[in-house]
Design a protein around this ligand. Sequence first.
Ligand code: ZN
Ligand code: FE
Length: 254
Amino acid sequence: MIDVRQIPILSDNYCYLLRDEKTGAVAVIDPGVAEPVLNEAKRLNWQITDIILTHHHYDHVDGVAEIKALTGAKVTGPTKDNHRIEHLDETVDGGDILTFGSQTAKVFFVPGHTLGHIAYWFEESNILFPGDSLFALGCGRLFEGTPEMMWQSLQQYLPLPNETIVYCAHEYTLANAEFAVTIDPDNQPLLKRVAEIRRLRSEDKPTVPSTLDEEFKTNPFLRPNDPQIRKQLGMMSATDAEVFKEIRLRKDNF
Ligand code: ZN
Ligand code: FE
């Protein structure tokens, strides 16, 4: 089993502390800053042994140097970002298996937001850390890759079990929800979810994690094949990649 703790950092990031209950190994995923992570680990009396990274953006890596210096933790990150992430001890790529304590995660190569982006799926615990590739009701902006590339990346999540828990890296859900209803206005599970998101945010509570089941039913970026969305966009005969591209474009201009 893995004990997961969510730590809000910076303006809207989440990073995560994971404890492997069998060995006591503790990993931090995407520490964009060191202090709140070190404080939470200290409060829990957890010794950080591993630092695990999804991509090179500052809000995911800027705490690495300090945490590594203070704990001696091993740093693992994307092979294709080796040239632009400092302090890496080990790199992993799509298809590789990450090990921390007695736990293993399958690594997905999910370029689009950046060209080196990877995600981690702890299959036994059914936990997905997609970084900035997939958000609750959204997906990452395409800073480096193409829409076709991002759609390829996201399709790797479609075969995963519905009950997979998705710990994404930002609290962007309310803005994503407001966009999603504009292109999928009659989706009842979506409307229900949006109401719940509004309630949670009005109480300053996190909307993350979600489950893949929720995302499969309500996240427009995972559903370019959905007839209702296609009808709303007037793209009944387009390819999934074309519909995905249009949804991403509309969100960028929303
Ligand atoms: Zn990012
Ligand atoms: Fe980010």
